[in-house]
Design a protein around this ligand. Structure first.
Ligand SMILES: Nc1ncnc2c1ncn2[C@@H]1O[C@H](COP(=O)(O)OP(=O)(O)OP(=O)(O)O)[C@@H](O)[C@H]1O
Ligand SMILES: [Mg+2]
Length: 247
């Protein structure tokens, strides 16, 4: 589904991404892990076209998306959950999802004509259900709990109907209980859709619990990839990453 082939990216003298290759199978859920500064977010920025690739290629299916514009890449099928909920702080969950849906389908042309259409209402409510936001459907975004704001973020990404969903530390800043609630949701929505998911996460319990394949990054290079079982016993990973320091 998503294929990253030998990409390189340097910032000045720092090689943030060093010959990185990652291949994600259709409808798989995958984790990208590594210590702070390993280059995880940079890989997301390269995939989404936020920053340009120096060398190498990125494909979705047969489409070479390397260095296309961000909007084109989104259109081809990559979406990313950002902390963008406060783009619509005064709108309700329902209104925010509807706007994201309409922006995807028609651009912003004639948006208001379609805003109340039955199909848009129906689709928005499906997305809210999928992300567990039905109970706060009419709540103003800025009044949501931290966890629900993150879920709204994911809901807005889902409105773009992505083939591949990228989540950068979806549980950051959450307490243990809220964290597992979030993971349960992500797992559920991945199971219910045909999406391929790639998430960045520091909590290894979470990574081992839900990822089918784990990619381990260190100083810009992939040092290991495999199933949770394989990664847990991989000596290179244990030494470089699991053994000590920040989880
Ligand atoms: N736009 C940029 N300009 C210059 N340097 C950058 C830029 N983005 C990232 N870097 C550098 O690239 C390296 C990798 O950063 P990146 O943010 O990708 O790490 P990360 O693995 O996401 O870390 P964290 O776990 O802390 O989020 C770091 O040394 C960082 O300072
Ligand atoms: Mg990061």
């Amino acid at each position: 589904m998503l294929k990253i082939h030998k990409i390189n990216k340097s910032f000045g003298g720092i090689k943030a991404t060093n010959n990185v290759s990652i291949e994600l199978k259709p409808h798989s859920i995958n984790a990208l892990i590594g210590p702070n500064g390993a280059g995880k977010t940079t890989i997301f920025n390269l995939i989404t076209g936020k920053i340009s690739v120096d060398e190498g290629n990125i494909f979705i299916g047969d489409n070479n998306i390397t260095n296309l514009k961000e909007t084109e890449i989104t259109h081809i099928g990559i979406a990313r959950a950002f902390q963008i909920t406060n783009i619509f702080p005064t709108l309700s969950v329902k209104e925010s999802i509807k706007i994201a849906l309409l922006a995807k389908i028609h651009g912003l042309n004639n948006m208001w004509d379609r805003f109340s259409s039955h199909s848009v209402n129906e689709e928005a409510s499906k997305i809210a259900e999928l992300t567990g936001l039905t109970k706060v459907y009419n709540t103003i975004s800025s009044e949501l709990s931290h966890g629900d704001q993150k879920l709204l973020d994911i809901a807005l990404a889902l409105a773009l109907k992505p083939k591949v969903l990228l989540l950068d530390e979806p549980t950051a800043g959450m307490g243990p209980e809220e964290r597992w609630e979030m993971i349960k949701r992500i797992k559920e929505l991945w199971q219910k859709t045909k999406m391929t998911v790639l998430f960045i996460e520091h909590d290894m319990d979470i990574v081992f619990d839900i990822a089918q394949t784990i990619f381990v990054l260190q100083q810009g290079s992939i040092i290991a990839k495999g199933t949770p079982k394989e990664i847990k016993k991989n000596q290179v990973v244990i030494k470089a990453y699991l053994g000590g320091g920040k989880k």
